[in-house]
Design a protein around this ligand. Structure first.
Ligand code: ADP
Ligand code: MG
Length: 233
């Protein structure tokens, strides 16, 4: 579903530039659950943002669901992003003045779905993450774990083919992290393809494959035996 070949990315700094991704090759099949690991500054977020079409590579090939992602107009990119991709971030990125159900319903609004329909679908997804009773609460009234569940519900609302997560447990305590991982594993069990950035070994081992980045190069790419989060929660 995802095919990346010889991807390069640099950022300009002053008169020179910082070469962040130096020829990345990565292929991900439907149903995989992949951890991207590496120390801070190794290019993990840059890679995830390019995969998520939030940023563009300088050169190389990126094919998502048989579509060449290159030189897409902003508008086209937004359509594909909405259709194929769901995002989860370390800092949740919920809209502070909107309640849980409104946050989940937002991507559906951008898809042009009618109000009643999106409310129903948003509630369905909030139920799935166990937060049906919290639908009218604002983010500030929710715990970190609950906020991340709302963010997961929002990411899933438009039924994306690929779920991208950048340090989804980075702001959570260990127990809450494992609860979130249990949920993400269940999504993968149901067939959702998941690509997750983390720098925590225990979280990475809850995926099925670990890709290690160092200084913009893939140092290692191996399958692992998935540790189930449920045994810790
Ligand atoms: P990671 O997520 O692995 O910590 P990043 O992909 O965020 O790493 O960053 C890789 C390198 O690129 C870092 O040195 C960072 O400072 C730099 N960088 C990231 N984004 C930008 C940007 N928009 N402009 C300039 N430099 C950037
Ligand atoms: Mg990062």
């Amino acid at each position: 579903m995802l095919e990346i070949k010889n991807l390069h990315k640099s950022y300009p700094i002053g008169d020179s530039s910082l070469h962040v991704l130096k020829g990345i090759d990565l292929s991900v099949k439907e149903g995989e659950m992949v951890a991207i690991m590496g120390s801070s500054g190794s290019g993990k977020s840059t890679l995830l943002n390019i995969i998520g079409m939030l940023d563009e590579a300088d050169s190389g090939q990126y094919i998502l669901d048989e579509l060449q992602i290159k030189n897409l107009t902003e508008k086209k990119a937004a359509v594909y992003r909405n259709k194929f991709l769901g995002f989860i971030f370390q800092s949740f990125n919920l809209i502070s003045y909107k309640n849980a159900i409104e946050n989940v319903a937002l991507p559906l609004y951008y898809q042009g779905m009618k109000r009643k329909e999106r409310q129903e679908l948003a509630l369905f997804h909030l139920e799935k993450v166990g937060l049906a009773n919290w639908s009218d609460h604002l983010p500030k009234e929710l715990s970190g774990g609950q906020k991340q569940r709302v963010a997961i519900a929002r990411a899933l609302a438009a039924n994306p083919k690929l779920l991208l997560a950048d340090e989804p447990t980075g702001a959570l305590d260990t127990k809450t992290s494992y609860e979130i991982m249990e949920f993400i594993q269940q999504l993968n069990d149901e067939g959702k393809t998941i690509l997750m950035v983390t720098h925590e070994e225990d979280i990475a081992n809850m995926c099925k494959r670990i890709v290690r980045l160092r200084d913009g190069v893939i140092m290692e790419d191996k399958k692992v035996t998935q540790v189930r989060a449920a045994q810790y929660v």
